[in-house]
Design a protein around this ligand. Structure first.
Ligand SMILES: *Cc1c(COP(=O)(O)O)cnc(C)c1O
Length: 364
């Protein structure tokens, strides 16, 4: 039985006619850059995040950069970033001339903790990028307490965590700004690029809105150095449709994860823990095994596609060689990179496919 890692066709096919009709309307209305579709999406996505508004952007990487800019961070500042995440989390610092300082992660949930952040603090540290990795909320109470103690800004990278909650609080609104990606493979994805930012500070939302249109509030007058970071109308049109399905898709991801957690029984296999504080949304279902490569080969023979997310921690990436980190400096992140493998988890997987994955892992 073939099990793909992800098949976007399966989620788009039932919505195809509706998406094409929405695109026809956007086309006929010439609503290409911002416009009514984007405004509608910003309100609806804000509501889904537990607030009233969001700012639509061209992608999630931009959302991180603008969060840092809107919070007044810049050259001379250090920003704590997890060593185990997607590279864009670190661009948050690099793009604005700040320095990323890496924090190790807790292998139980793959996120940073107050203790790992504390170990990374420098006198110049001004902010933390907290990544709710794989859709698992980080331990926010202790992180927010540390941030308050040290006067640090908190940016929540929610690119993999749409609709996740921490002790009944939605992700993105606990820190100073929350950023989302709508890259096609994310839990909510467009048919192209997209991103959004939410914040409990009206000032931050206002500043990001200005930055995304060349730092201009009044046409051709530029109070800030901004850029072109607008969300496209055609992306908002499809996101408006897909957003209505997000909670159903999320429930399905959770039920697949529960089935995996109940069924996977293999010596030395570590299955993701679900800490009591978090309502995870399982963007990935990532397990670890000391013989990861052999396990992947075994699954490939059973026609099960897996992925390696992520094979290399950020502190050892060649682009950050000048920061001077050495192997061994982030032992947990390094061990996870060497032993992790992500299993297929997307809403359209059938029970038979999930059972085939479980049986194949268990027979390794
Ligand atoms: C996808 C992702 C981003 C970047 O989003 P893009 O829309 O691809 O720019 C940032 N952080 C994390 C953790 C991501 O997974």
């Amino acid at each position: 039985m073939k099990v793909p890692f992800l098949d976007l066709t399966l989620s788009h096919q039932p919505l195809r006619a509706e998406i094409l009709a929405a695109w026809a309307s956007t086309l006929d209305g010439n609503r290409f850059c911002l416009g009514r579709d984007v405004e509608e999406f910003e309100k609806a996505f804000g509501a889904a995040c537990g607030t009233t508004d969001s700012v639509g952007l061209d992608n999630g990487t931009t959302a991180l950069q603008l969060a840092a800019q809107a919070l007044g961070l810049g050259p001379g500042d250090d920003i704590v970033v997890p060593a185990f995440t997607f590279i864009a989390s670190a661009w948050t610092a690099t793009y604005i001339g700040a320095r990323p300082v890496f924090a190790d992660i807790d292998p139980a949930h793959f996120c940073v903790t107050a203790a790992t952040i504390r170990a990374a603090l420098t006198p110049q540290t001004k902010a933390i990028v907290v990544v709710h990795l794989f859709g698992q909320p980080a331990p926010m109470d202790e992180i927010l307490a540390l941030a308050a103690e040290r006067g640090l800004k908190v940016i929540e990278d929610c690119a993999q965590a749409h609709l996740a909650r921490y002790r009944d609080r939605p992700v993105g609104l606990m820190g100073d700004a929350g950023t989302f990606s709508f890259y096609p493979t994310k839990n909510l994805g467009g048919c192209g690029e997209g991103g959004a930012l939410v914040s409990r500070h009206a000032e931050v939302l206002k500043r990001v809105r200005i930055l995304r249109v060349h730092g201009s509030e009044r046409r051709y007058y530029h109070d800030f150095v901004g850029g072109n970071f607008r969300m496209e109308g055609l992306q908002a049109a499809v996101l408006n449709i897909k957003l209505r399905h997000l909670s159903g898709w999320t429930a399905r991801r959770r039920s697949i994860a529960a089935r995996y957690r109940a069924g996977l029984k293999l010596a030395e296999l570590a299955v993701p823990q679900v800490p009591e504080w978090g309502e995870a949304v399982f963007h990935q279902f990532t397990v670890t095994h000391p013989r990861r490569d052999a396990l992947r080969e075994h699954l490939a023979k059973a026609e099960i596609a897996t992925d390696l997310i992520y094979p290399m921690p950020l502190h050892l990436q060649p682009c950050y060689a000048s920061l001077g980190y050495r192997p061994g400096s982030m032992p947990q992140a390094e061990r996870i990179c060497a032993t992790c493998v992500s299993l297929p988890i997307f809403p359209e997987l059938t029970e038979e496919q999930v059972d085939h994955v479980i049986a194949s892992v268990n027979s390794f």
